[in-house]
Design a protein around this ligand. Structure first.
Ligand code: ATP
Ligand code: MG
Length: 139
């Protein structure tokens, strides 16, 4: 049923819980896993002196988040690949889902945002609303 599974990682506890579920499902369905992280949109600043430095910095921080997720994944028996993309977040996650023909997107209800009380963060909300495959939102 699920052959291509995407897990969206922002480095939050919620996303690490999502990773646990994604790992279990990938094992169970003998699927392939895509670890996806989106770093903040920077292209608006194209041409500014600091642009190259800024994008390298953001990419580096993003890769760090993927490395941490890879470490948390531990030993695995399946194929897990990484996708590091530039934001906006929901759009980038949806684009990977399309290009990788994902059957399932796994993500957290909330992320690093500080607004308490909301049921769903804005990224989860947009992905749930627009994805063409099932989305598992992990508490
Ligand atoms: P908001 O960002 O709206 O202030 P929030 O940070 O609490 O609120 P979201 O950003 O929607 O909530 O995070 C929910 C889930 O979306 C995260 O657990 C993670 O799975 C995914 N997600 C959020 N940001 C990113 C990102 N930059 N890259 C990859 N996945 C992300
Ligand atoms: Mg967020």
């Amino acid at each position: 049923m699920f052959k291509q599974i995407i897990v969206a990682i922002d480095g939050s506890e919620h996303s690490h819980r999502a990773l646990e579920y994604a790992k279990g499902l990938t094992e169970q369905f003998e699927a392939k896993l895509w670890l996806v992280h989106v770093f903040p949109h920077t292209s608006d600043l194209l041409g500014y002196d600091e642009y190259e430095k800024l994008i390298a910095q953001r990419e580096g921080a993003g890769q760090g988040i993927l490395d941490e997720a890879r470490q948390k994944l531990g030993s695995i028996t399946f194929d897990a690949q990484e996708e590091l993309l530039e934001g906006p977040e929901a759009e980038a996650i949806l684009t990977v889902a399309e290009t990788r023909q994902a059957d399932l997107i796994v993500m957290g209800t909330r992320g690093l945002g500080s607004l308490q009380g909301l049921l769903l963060g804005s990224v989860s909300q947009k992905v749930v609303q627009h994805a063409s495959c099932p989305v598992m939102v992990v508490r």
